[in-house]
Write a protein that binds this ligand. Structure first.
Ligand code: NCD
Ligand code: ZN
Length: 365
């Protein structure tokens, strides 16, 4: 049995860091494990311009400098290279193609995020009809700028468990036909329909998979009591979909790579009559993924999923330092700090079989 695995330092290709005092904690948690992260732009107000992205990046970098080492057991020391946030722009109905081109070519943003208006947390300024963005998408296709998609319809008549599948049929398939060279990441996929779509598409289409969708299905959230810390969007689906995700993530197919969608909300905002969507997985991300890959007898494929395929998709080099994961029981803390607030990490109080440590040994192997 493998008790220790050493892999190249991973990156998180879908992350919410929030802003203000929370940054110290969220950045420390991610920087303890990952070198780079694609940072979601759904702040209030959203990050829509290159200058806003650059200013947000500076706040994140400042927080990274100020961040203490993670307090989580098993995440002993910080990374050997400074954390690098990769910024994204939030598309709206009024996004302008030339401004997006300038932000991409000037290095202010690496991708654009499409939130269908009203689909999820802080998406009210999102796109109401993709037809409004034809000129933007043409430019993105031409310059090779990836479009990151929250793939759910917002039609109130569509059942929440069907919203991803219907989005693929109604919106994504026509979009990929109209823009056959556009680089697309279908974010945080939750269904076998999404797995099938991504596998059948060309190499320009990929998907991120979260740790919580690999660990859980809707029974974890709803059977025997309603558990708000399992509530995220897209919502957890039935176990057959979870199984499809676990197979895709551990298959070695480079179209599927790591994106935690770690989305922190203070404990009062989750434990509420109308609780917010989002699971805070960043402090235990690699422990969660390692547990699933171990269960699937696929630990030898973890490095591709976590540390190679995303970088390849974005045309970036893989990291040259390493991390180590150890088979060792570890209990997730009950509570953590989120600025002045308190937050419950995903699986708070539960015991996982793997711990994380940064490898301080020579990296050039
Ligand atoms: C995210 C958030 O809280 O910002 N929530 C979530 O449930 N995943 C938004 C998102 O990615 O949908
Ligand atoms: Zn997200």
């Amino acid at each position: 049995m493998t008790d220790l695995i050493r892999i190249r330092r991973p990156d998180d290709w879908h992350l919410h860091l929030r802003d203000g005092p929370a940054l110290t904690d969220t950045v420390a948690a991610t920087a303890a494990q990952f070198h780079r992260a694609i940072v979601m732009p759904n702040l209030v107000p959203p990050v829509t311009t290159g200058d806003q992205a650059e200013a947000y990046k500076a706040r994140i970098m400042a927080a990274a400098g100020a961040a203490p080492d993670s307090k989580v057991d098993g995440a002993r020391s910080g990374p050997s290279k400074p954390f690098l946030p990769l910024m994204t722009l939030y598309l709206t109905d009024t996004s302008k193609p030339e401004a997006i081109r300038t932000a991409f070519e000037g290095g202010q943003a690496v991708a654009c995020k499409l939130y269908p208006a009203g689909a999820t947390t802080n998406s009210d300024s999102g796109v109401t009809a993709l037809e409004r963005l034809t000129d933007v998408l043409e430019v993105m296709q031409a310059i090779g700028m990836p479009l990151l998609i929250h793939g759910e319809v917002t039609d109130a008549a569509i059942d929440i468990f069907d919203r991803e599948r219907v989005f693929i049929e109604r919106t994504l398939k026509p979009l990929c036909q109209r823009f056959p060279k556009l680089k697309v990441v279908l974010e945080h996929i939750t269904t076998s329909d999404a797995v099938d779509f991504v596998k059948a598409a060309g190499p320009q289409v990929a998907a991120t998979i979260t740790a919580h969708h690999l660990h859980c299905n809707r029974n974890h959230m709803l059977a025997g009591g309603i558990r708000p810390h399992y509530f995220c969007l897209p919502i957890l689906k039935r176990s057959s979909h979870q199984t499809a995700l676990r197979i895709a993530a551990t298959s070695g197919d480079p179209k599927f790579f790591l994106g935690t969608d770690s989305a922190p909300h203070a404990v009062e905002a989750k434990e509420s009559a109308c609780g917010c969507a989002g699971c805070y997985t960043a402090p235990l991300a690699m422990q969660l993924y390692a547990t699933v890959f171990d269960e699937m007898n696929a630990l030898d494929r973890l490095e591709g999923f976590a540390s190679r395929f995303g970088a390849d998709f974005y045309g970036l080099p893989v990291n040259d330092d390493f991390i180590t994961l150890k088979r060792q029981a570890w209990t997730v803390p009950d509570a953590m700090a989120l600025g002045a607030a308190e937050i419950r990490p995903f699986l708070a109080g539960q015991t996982l079989g793997w711990t994380f440590e940064t490898d301080t040994a020579d990296s050039n192997q």
